[in-house]
Design a protein around this ligand. Structure first.
Ligand code: AMP
Ligand code: ZN
Length: 502
């Protein structure tokens, strides 16, 4: 374990707190996963990449992390229960006339494909709501037994008002006051069977046409959306666990009700640190399907989105996400992506330059000191509530030092072997392990396939240079055109020819 003092902003207390796991050296992390009824958009991806960054940093610090991220494949409704709401997945299945589980399979595969392209690490457990119906029924029964729920015509509702009166912290997470909740919640419909508008469904009686249904003590139905996360987080991480995350828009009602369910069932508030990631905007507006401004990752990766001038690779997108703190809004636009592309290339180039440097000086000059300071600073930023953009800024300052060492502006005699080693380790750890970036600007070197690509490209560039020396323009054009078809671009500079993948 590294001896870092990590601070996490806890949404529940609205302040940064020193992180202390419940069990020394171990962390239980739960993140609300996607509802698999359509392709993930880039906004969803940002939230999952943010928690991937957090997961990666915790691993880097040496914690043993059990990371649980669920797949919502039942229970997430369109509209309200008492207005003939329909399950999002069931609705798609009805419209497309296929099985709900076909919808689930299609979009789970899409989600995993995008997560892999964005180089996120797979969670330790990825449980599904439909795989935990039995446990959900059990929890509903326990809440009924404790007197915090009632059954009505085959559905079961949570007694929000009674609960809030007994546990005045209902509303603490989302900042809602009980009085406001009681006043602002809409009037009950005539056909409404709930006792109070603030009550929410734990179990919903399935209407005749509803495709997704299970037997329960209250008849055929399906679980309410908030229930699955209460059940699956505590099943795999215990009644009390360390960190629960999700997008900001899930604070209410989803997370507030999750707490209520767990407390209602077991009398224990489940989560030590609540973490909420901020939204991705598209040209200044929250990206969402319903607003019609959502961008699918593939549109961006293959350049088919009308709002963008060209294709951007997954690593450019990941880099763009890193440039905003997870609690700040991030804006996707063509100019932001172009800037991210430049920044990404600069970072990778500095890393390659660094790999070729060897220092052996013993004296520790001014630059040696500065480099050591920047390394410390980069980690300090990550320890301060995972501030990736600030850490990135420290890495860019280090890039300036690296490039000066390469050009000879800094004499390597003044850099000690220890500092150089620490610089290489830090740079490598940040770029690949913590930030989760891959070097796409080249094949990536090494002995594997990427190394072969690098070697072949060196050969192709040398042959082109020879053809040009011989004024064999036909051959040199043929090389450039063929490479362009393979989306490889050559750039001639004063230090020779370099290449990048588009
Ligand atoms: P859903 O599939 O709708 O349950 O959403 C999956 C995750 O994406 C949730 O954590 C949401 O909070 C998050 N999310 C939805 N829209 C955005 C957005 N525009 N930016 C960032 N996260 C989002
Ligand atoms: Zn959830």
């Amino acid at each position: 374990m590294k001896s870092h003092e990590l601070k996490i902003y806890n949404s529940l207390t609205r302040q940064k707190e020193i992180f202390k796991p419940l069990q020394e050296g171990h962390i239980g992390l739960y993140v609300c996963g996607p509802t698999v009824y359509n392709n993930v958009h880039l906004g969803n991806c940002r939230t999952f990449v943010n928690f991937d960054l957090i997961y990666r940093y915790l691993l880097h610090l040496g914690y043993k992390v059990r990371y649980v991220r669920n797949i919502t494949d039942a229970g997430h409704l369109v509209g309200d229960v008492d207005e003939g709401a329909e399950d999002k997945i069931g609705r798609m299945a009805r419209l497309e006339q296929i099985e709900p589980m076909e919808i689930v399979q299609r979009y789970t595969l899409d989600f995993k494909d995008k997560m892999q392209k964005l180089n996120t690490l797979a969670p330790s457990i990825e449980p599904t709501a439909t795989g935990h119906i039995v446990e959900q029924i059990e929890m509903v029964q326990e809440i009924l037994d404790k007197g915090f729920a009632y059954e009505r015509n085959g559905s079961v509702y949570f007694k929000t008002v009674e609960f809030a009166q007994k546990y005045p912290y209902y509303g603490q997470l989302s900042g809602k006051k009980l009085e406001d909740l009681l006043e602002t919640t809409r009037e009950l419909n005539k056909q409404d069977e709930k006792d109070h508008p603030a009550d929410f469904a734990l179990w919903v009686k399935a209407p005749k046409e509803h495709l997704m249904r299970w037997n329960s003590p209250w008849g055929e139905g399906f679980p309410g959306w908030h229930l699955e996360c209460s059940v699956m987080s505590t099943k795999y991480l215990g009644e009390k666990f360390d960190i629960h995350g999700g997008g900001m828009d899930l604070q209410f009602p989803h997370h507030e009700n999750e707490i209520a369910q767990n407390v209602g069932c077991c009398g224990v508030a489940p989560v030590q640190y609540w973490m909420h990631a901020n939204m991705l905007n598209m040209n200044g507006q929250k990206m969402s399907k319903s607003l019609g401004n959502s961008v699918e990752p593939d549109e961006l990766f293959n350049g088919t989105n009308k709002l963008l001038s060209k294709a951007y690779s997954p690593m450019i997108v990941r880099f763009l996400f890193l440039q905003s703190h997870y609690r700040s809004v991030s804006d996707l636009s063509d100019s932001a992506l172009l800037a991210a592309e430049k920044g990404y290339r600069r970072l990778m180039e500095a890393n390659r330059n660094l790999e070729a440097l060897h220092a052996g000086g013993s004296s520790s000059g001014e630059h040696d000191k500065h480099i050591r300071h920047l390394i410390k600073e980069a980690f300090a930023h990550m320890d301060d509530d995972f501030n990736a953009p600030r850490a990135l800024a420290s890495l860019f300052e280090l890039a300036t030092e690296i490039n000066k060492m390469k050009s000879g502006d800094i004499d390597l005699k003044h850099i000690s072997g220890d500092t150089m080693e620490s610089l290489k380790n830090t740079y490598h750890a940040f770029i690949f392990d913590i930030f989760g970036l891959k070097d796409e600007t080249h094949g990536g070197g090494g002995n594997g396939e990427a190394g072969v690509v690098d070697g072949l490209m060196d050969l192709v560039i040398a042959l082109r240079a020879k053809a040009r020396d011989n004024k064999d323009w036909g051959t040199s054009d043929q090389i450039r055109d063929t490479l362009q078809k393979l989306q490889i671009q050559l750039k001639d500079g004063k230090d020779g020819t370099s290449w990048t993948r588009q």
